[in-house]
Write a protein that binds this ligand. Structure first.
Ligand code: CO
Length: 499
């Protein structure tokens, strides 16, 4: 058997800035990067889905669909990949099938090629419908195993899940290690087993949070992995992916040489590094290697959420107590992998347990819904005492959660009325009504993202008196924030004005 080159999925336009810059990179800043990315010859570029959809409307005053179409035009040669949360689509709860169907159809029509589909509980009933539709519209169905560590998760269990996903029509399988927990040796074993059993391409997605990312990719390569996720070096490492150039260089001259051009990658890295400076105010500021993730198995994004939650409550001193409580809540809830939305449910409940001074004295509505079965089957049974306390004698549902939902697309269309100018707009509203409506209203008035400009000014405030004055002046003049953004986007301004 001749070995294939390792193929690369570049995450700079999705997970890298979601992990390091709070998902704030604007389409305008993606355009020059995109042009270069399209020359590289990646297997795919992940550029949509996850938190980017919500963030575009909520913080940037942008239409996520427009971003997809714009990038598609600039990048005709590269397959586009999105992260789809199964029945949660790109949101935080379950949506009815008609909305999932319409969303996948529109995503495909606007330019998505690879649909990476996962469920936070690894409940395949929550993935099957999206997989079926993605297949029907001609997308590549990448079914996902959300990787986690617990007494009920094992290599055998993951391989069994891989086999079931294959039966459901998966074209490839992704091991999604969202917290950066997979060790190089576990990666070797899991990839070897999946390769032996399934006969379809396997892709590894990990994060460098714990410092093991690059080593895990390399061991996965030794085990015969087909595709790996990396981020261009200037937006890699820490809570982001391992650096693209590093892996390309490691494999150079070997039988798995990626064949990618390191000079071109260096140019992209330089450009991304310059653009990153604009987003200083959004830097997560997490240390290069975070040992907490190994000790508490809490993903990086969840840690930063936790810190801001505790800050709001004036309870920063409880940080380590909450970190200790998270694994206990996770155990009580049947060891869900910690990824959106289960990470939020567990994180909020653990915080409540500590702040209230008594475990489960207060139970969040999301925790109750989880215990009622409205997110799917947990990997292990829920603690019976907690269940009793949360929902009494009520029987949890055993059907697929989305079976309890009525169709929603036509109702959403009626509700949003003329503010929506396309099916895509109706979908944005159906997913995030409270975010989409004010966004549409601002859009009809020709306005964009107000928070983004405030943040840009914050950057200026922090770093340079001159820049501060210039931005403040631009905002106060006719044209307001639009002018301020133009100013901040002038290449010389950033280099000369802001560190
Ligand atoms: Co990720």
């Amino acid at each position: 058997m001749t070995l294939q080159p390792v193929k690369i999925c570049e995450t700079v336009l999705r997970d890298a800035h979601q992990s390091l810059l709070a998902t704030r990179m604007r389409t305008d800043d993606m355009l020059p990067i995109a042009e270069l990315l399209d020359q590289v010859g990646y297997w795919s570029v992940e550029m949509w889905g996850g938190a980017t959809f919500d963030s575009a409307m909520r913080f940037l005053g942008e239409d996520p669909w427009e971003r997809l179409r714009t990038l598609r035009k600039i990048m005709p040669n590269t397959p586009f990949q999105m992260l789809l949360r199964g029945q949660n689509i790109v949101g935080y709860k379950h949506y009815p099938d008609d909305i999932v169907e319409k969303f996948v159809e529109c995503a495909r029509k606007n330019g998505i090629d690879v649909f990476r589909i996962f469920d936070a509980l690894n409940d395949m009933r929550n993935m099957a419908f999206a997989m079926k539709v993605a297949k029907r519209v001609g997308g590549h169905v990448q079914a996902t195993i959300s990787y986690t560590i617990s007494p009920v998760h094992s290599i055998d269990a993951f391989v069994k899940m891989g086999r079931q996903l294959l039966d459901l029509g998966a074209d490839s399988i992704c091991i999604k290690d969202m917290a950066g927990l997979i060790t190089p040796y576990a990666a070797f074993e899991l990839v070897s087993s999946l390769k032996r059993d399934l006969g379809i391409p396997i892709q590894l997605h990990t994060h460098s949070t714990s410092g093991m990312g690059t080593a895990s990719l390399l061991k996965a390569v030794e085990a015969g992995i087909d595709i790996v996720d990396t981020a261009i070096s200037s937006l890699a490492l820490s809570t982001s992916q391992p650096p693209t150039e590093t892996l390309v260089a490691i494999l150079k001259g070997t039988e798995r040489d990626t064949g990618l051009n390191l000079h071109l990658l260096a140019d992209i890295s330089h450009l991304v590094g310059e653009i990153r400076k604009k987003y200083l105010a959004f830097e997560a500021g997490i240390s290069p290697v975070d040992v907490n993730v190994l000790q508490f198995q809490v993903p990086g994004g969840m840690l930063s959420n936790l810190v801001s939650q505790l800050r709001q409550q004036g309870a920063q001193d409880k940080y380590y107590e909450v970190l200790d409580e998270i694994p206990r809540v996770r155990k009580d809830l049947g060891y869900p992998p910690l990824v959106t939305p289960s990470s939020q449910i567990v994180g909020v409940q653990a915080t409540l347990n500590v702040i209230m001074g008594e475990r489960y004295r207060m139970i969040s509505e999301e925790t109750r819904q989880y215990i009622r079965g409205y997110y799917g089957h947990p990997p292990a049974p829920i603690d019976p005492e907690l269940q009793k306390k949360a929902i009494g004698n009520e029987e949890p549902i055993t059907c697929r959660p989305a079976d309890m939902l009525c169709p929603g697309f036509e109702q959403a269309r009626e509700e949003i009325g003329e503010l929506a100018s396309s099916d895509e707009d109706v979908l944005s509203y159906a997913l995030f009504p409270q975010v989409a409506r004010p966004y549409f209203e601002r859009r009809t008035k020709g306005l964009g993202g107000k928070e983004e400009i405030a943040a840009a000014i914050a950057v200026a405030l922090i770093h340079q008196q001159e820049a501060k004055k210039a931005v403040a002046k631009a905002v106060s003049e006719p044209g307001g924030w639009v002018n301020a953004w133009k100013l901040l986007n002038r290449p010389g301004f950033i280099r000369g004005g802001i560190r």
